[in-house]
Design a protein around this ligand. Structure first.
Ligand code: PEP
Ligand code: MG
Length: 875
């Protein structure tokens, strides 16, 4: 049988999400549930992939299938596509497997032309409505399908309103709109050199093609990379009969959630507008009414509406986000999906659904995205400072959290300044999908226009970024880059602080703090810990970080990078002295100065861990990193050490590396200067004995040797470590368990892991270096060219952020198996950046590592990702 590329809604079902996309599958389900859905059909994701395979053309056989379905739709609706008497109009919308709000394109009112619009006017006895629909269609089709700038049309409508002395679009008359249609067609002809297409079939095929094309537009690509959505999924296209919310005062349109997406409360939540089309609600041009008002306006319809909302939530067993339209008093549901929600809402809904018996704990933990937890851990305003601050304005609390930064007026500016390490708040009149990268880079987002379902609000909530929307009190001049409120002008140099939980805006810098894990969050995380098998440790170099990580649920330290202690102000001089020393004796003298400081650091870290395990790595970076760079710093170092500046210059020259990452670093330092490893081992063991004796904590230090590539190299350094540790223990007269292991971060180590395991009691995969050395990409420079790789679809993801499972991952898997083959009880962990990335965590779970280790703020995320991996892989 030939492959089918187009399905009527009534032919599909809920299990066909991959093929029909989320929206398409849900429309089929709604049809089956008997919910009033305007009928239509779905062009599959496979058709999208075929479009790309065929060199971006839509094949004749798919066109034929679409036309056949169109005929069916005509039969069903009793209307005719392109008819001059009773025309059928449709919407064309994208619909990928997972929803990507605002990322791809939509065309409404398709099927209108110069004749059909007349027919519509007559048929509805409402020429205003007919011409309004037509001018919207011309604008959308021109913009989305034909790439004619939207602004050209918007200028015309603004001109017309000004000419007529009216404020709202709805105040324009049929005649005004008719005139606008002519102006719009002129714009089209001028821009495209041909008349606006009058053939509905052509309009349809062009529009379907445009949706396929939009799958690969730059903002969709960025969104996919951010949300881990593979390019190969493709998007489906839904063609659906239009129903009209702009047919007059008995018509309307709304966006509704079955629970509150901001805080998770079990209440219907949403907004609607009478005499409007969906885009008016989302675009935030007119301010919509809360859905509760509908009950007052039309109690009977409201009841029907509530029944459907409940039916859908019960069916999907999750909070639904629905679009509805009322056409001359009749209710339709245009789509439903699991609603995007803030992190606090996600937790509350998950816990509430379990407590009401609707879902299991396992199902609940799949309902919260690991990345979302981030927002709960990131700053809120520091209470004391907040009390002293006075808001300068208030907008809608669109996405919770707190943000403080200097003002950026364009997305591009936000992106650039954030890349330079500046904290910025993006302030815009309103946002559009083109702003996505700036929105990602900003600490928070502030808009003048738009409601709770405006683009800024929806996208910010999805990303977990703090957002205050629709603050009409402030004036933004995007051109001059100024923000004006209460008679005061703010520029790019001024700080503002915004509170996405209250909607308050402050014209000053307010300190932010990190909240604790309590309430629903704590309940939820307790389920997470019940379910997961993979342990989660943290990468922490200071007692403060260790303490923070323990509060976030870390089960020990997986990587303590000791070099970070070397940079501290009170010890860098001794470190430099050690590096510049000409012989072992001088080096040992300098090391003796460092020893007590390192010991004190380790004591504090062990105390923060209260007996939990700590993997401490011996010195890793190339030594030149510690030496001064500027002439001035060199001179002052020479003075401090009381030596000639030439000596410093010589040392800097001598330590210079051509390829620092592949240079004199890691265990190579211990091979050349064993006394460094000796000092560090002594500090580690002496500190452990001190806490054992004084605090009763039984710490088992895990001494980790970095950058091993050969077992004999490991053996050499290990012998130094063991000899020193034994000496310290006999000096102190105390026995202590300790382990010696290594990082696996060089491909050769992975390839010979069976031999290495004979000497190593544990492995910790350093996937940062392992990625660098497997790809041959410099960790420091890859960002320069990776964008070109994304654009050309050679790679879709940054391999330093998301583990390359097919390459680097295979080395990890192989080393795991080889390691266990010679040491069955070897402890296996990972401490590269990938330890905090959800899909990488799932991979580590699957290949059977014992733990992942990540930065403190990612610990809760990794715990959740580990639990999800357990649930998904049990299935
Ligand atoms: C690694 O290489 O993955 C690692 C954790 O070590 P570092 O990032 O310090 O090189
Ligand atoms: Mg490394």
């Amino acid at each position: 049988m030939e492959k089918k590329y187009v399905y009527l809604f009534k032919e599909g079902n809920g299990s066909m999400k991959n093929l029909l996309g989320g929206k398409g599958a849900n429309l089929s389900v709604m049809t089956q549930l008997g919910i009033p859905v305007p009928q239509g059909f779905t062009v599959t994701t496979e058709a999208c992939n075929k479009y790309y395979e065929d060199g971006k053309v839509i094949s004749a056989s798919i066109i034929e299938e679409i036309e056949k379905c169109m005929k069916e739709l005509e039969k069903e609706t009793g209307k005719e596509f392109g008819s001059t008497e009773n025309p059928l109009l449709v919407s064309v919308r994208s619909g990928a497997r997972v929803s990507m709000p605002g990322m791809m394109d939509t065309i409404l009112n398709l099927g209108l032309n110069d004749e059909a619009v007349e027919a519509m006017a007559k048929l509805t006895n409402n020429p205003r409505f007919a011409y309004d629909s037509y001018r919207r269609f011309i604008q959308m089709f021109s913009d989305v399908v034909m790439d004619v700038e939207k602004r050209l049309f918007e200028d015309k409508i603004d001109e017309m309103k000004e000419k007529r002395g009216v404020k709202d679009d709805t105040d324009l008359t049929a005649e005004d709109l008719k005139e606008l249609v002519n102006q719009y067609k002129e714009i089209y002809k001028k821009e495209k050199g041909e008349d606006f297409p009058q053939d509905p079939k052509l309009q349809l095929i062009e529009s379907v093609t445009a949706v396929f094309r939009s799958w690969d537009n730059p903002r969709a690509i960025v969104y996919r990379r951010l949300n881990d959505i593979p390019g190969e999924w493709g998007t489906a296209v839904n063609v659906q009969q239009m129903v009209f919310g702009n047919k007059g005062e008995t018509s309307g349109t709304g966006v509704v959630f079955s629970r509150n997406p901001a805080n998770g409360d079990n209440e219907i939540y949403g907004e609607y507008l009478m005499n409007a089309q969906g885009e008016d609600v989302v675009a935030g041009i007119r301010t919509p009414l809360p859905i509760s008002k509908l009950e007052e306006q039309n109690p009977e319809l409201y009841k029907e509406f509530i029944d459907i909302v409940n039916k859908l939530e019960n069916h999907y067993r999750d909070m639904q986000d629905m679009e509805m339209t009322i056409e001359e008093g009749k209710l339709y549901f245009l789509q439903t999906r699991n609603g995007k929600r803030t992190a606090p809402a996600a937790l509350k809904i998950a816990v509430d659904l379990v407590e009401s018996g609707m879902i299991t704990k396992e199902e609940a933990i799949l309902k919260v995205e690991p990345k979302q937890l981030d927002t709960l851990l990131h700053p809120a305003f520091y209470d004391e400072d907040l009390k002293k601050a006075t808001p300068i304005a208030k907008g809608l609390p669109a996405s919770p959290g707190a943000a403080c930064g200097k003002i950026a007026f364009t997305a591009e500016e936000a992106k650039e300044r954030a890349a330079n390490g500046e904290a910025v708040v993006l302030a815009r009149l309103e946002t559009s999908p083109e702003d996505i990268e700036g929105m990602i880079a900003a600490e928070g987002i502030l808009t003048v226009r738009g409601g709770m379902t405006s683009h800024a609000a929806v996208v910010a909530r999805g990303m977990g970024t703090c957002c205050v929307a629709g603050c009409g009190e402030i004036k933004i001049n995007e051109e001059n880059k100024t923000l004006e409120v209460g008679g005061k002008i703010y520029t790019s140099e001024d700080f503002i602080s915004i509170d996405g939980t209250t909607g308050n805006i402050y014209g000053e810098k307010i300190k932010t703090v990190t909240p604790e894990i309590t309430g629903h969050f704590a309940t939820f995380m307790s389920w997470v810990d019940e379910i997961r098998k993979l342990k989660v440790r943290t990468n922490a170099d200071t007692p403060r970080d260790a303490k923070q990580a323990v509060e976030f649920g870390a089960e020990g330290i997986g990587l303590c990078r000791t070099e970070h202690m070397f940079f501290a102000e009170d010890r860098i001089l001794a470190v430099r002295e050690m590096i510049i020393a000409k012989n072992e004796e001088d080096r040992r003298k300098a090391l003796d100065k460092i020893l007590p400081m390192q010991r004190a650091d380790f004591i504090a870290i062990y105390e923060a861990l209260k007996g939990m395990p700590a993997t401490i790595r011996l010195l890793d970076p190339p030594l030149h990193e510690f030496l001064p760079h500027s002439e001035e710093d060199k001179l002052s170092l020479a003075k401090e050490l009381n030596i000639d500046i030439e000596e410093i210059k010589n040392a800097v020259e001598e330590k210079h590396e051509f390829n620092p990452m592949m240079g004199h670093r890691g265990c190579r330092l211990a091979v050349t200067y064993p006394e460094i490893a000796e000092m560090q081992t002594r500090a580690i063991i002496e500190a452990a004995i001190a806490v054992k004796v004084e605090r009763g904590y039984d710490v088992v230090p895990e001494i980790m040797i970095p950058l091993i590539g050969e077992v004999k190299e490991l053996k050499f350094v290990k012998d130094i470590v063991v000899k020193t540790a034994e000496a310290v223990m006999s000096e102190k007269g105390t026995k202590l368990d300790y382990k010696v292991g290594t990082m696996i971060e060089i491909p050769r180590a992975a390839l010979t892991a069976d031999r290495i395991a004979e000497e190593a009691e544990f492995f910790s995969f350093g996937t940062n270096d392992l990625t660098q050395m497997t790809f041959g990409f410099s960790r420091d420079d890859a960002a320069k060219f990776l964008n070109a790789y994304y654009d050309r679809k050679i790679y879709e993801q940054d391999p330093f952020a998301k583990l390359d499972q097919n390459g680097v991952g295979q080395l990890v898997k192989m080393a795991t198996e080889k390691g266990r083959s010679t040491r069955s009880d070897i402890k296996l962990g990972i401490c590269g950046e990938h330890g905090g990335d959800p899909s990488s965590v799932e991979f580590f779970h699957k290949i059977g590592l014992d733990y992942v280790s990540c930065s403190p703020f990612r610990v809760p995320l990794a715990r959740l990702a580990a639990a999800q991996a357990q649930v998904n892989n049990k299935r």
